[in-house]
Design a protein. Sequence first.
Length: 224
Amino acid sequence: MAGIEPDVSKYQAGDPPSPEGLPPDVIISPDTLRANRLPPGQVRTRKWPVLHAGPVHHVDRSRWRLKVYGLVEQPREWRWEEFLALPQVRVFADFHCVTRWSRLGNLWEGVATREIARQVRPRPEAAYVVVYAVDGWSTNLPLEYFCAEDSLFAWKHDQEPLSAEHGGPVRLVVPRLYAWKSAKWVTAVEFVEHDRPGFWERLGYHMRGDPWREERYGEPARPW
Ligand SMILES: Nc1nc2c(c(=O)[nH]1)N[C@H]1C(S)=C(S)[C@@H](COP(=O)(O)O)O[C@H]1N2
Ligand SMILES: [Mo]
């Protein structure tokens, strides 16, 4: 059947992977407990599309760094070995792209954003974060979403190390917001007081991006 487009309807068939029966240590993203897990206007895919602006980046683990700075008491930088030595969590979550596909039932593994925040100690003024990728791409989100129980810096997906195409060695995962906030090839996080638009947000995407409220686009393109 090579060369023939698969029948998309078959990717809609069957129930999505259920959070029931998962090992007790797995953090269950609350949205996976909804009776209807598809936010408005979304279509389920069983594949895992690769989507980002620009080329795939191949970041060597030995060169990778996670730098956390801004309005924090203790700015810090982690190298790969230090990152792996942090407490590891597993999160079961759905993933919704603003272009309308949703991949339901992903098992992510990595370091909880809460663990990182605990170590850098955000100042009381910090209310948002700007997350940077290796190529300077960025995205912004409210601190409460960044620090949600099911948000993490993931290096594994469905038991496999993250490929470069999907943002390896490490990507951010924020299940409660559209997937464009889940920065691939993440290298830095800046804690800020005032919300500041990232790459897609400057082009008109929503500053928060809650898929359940269909926050796809914000105001028309901004001048900055
Ligand atoms: N660095 C970076 N991260 C990014 C993007 C990007 O362009 N650059 N695109 C986002 C978008 S729009 C989506 S839908 C997801 C897609 O992740 P995936 O390719 O692993 O499915 O990555 C997000 N993270
Ligand atoms: Mo997306």
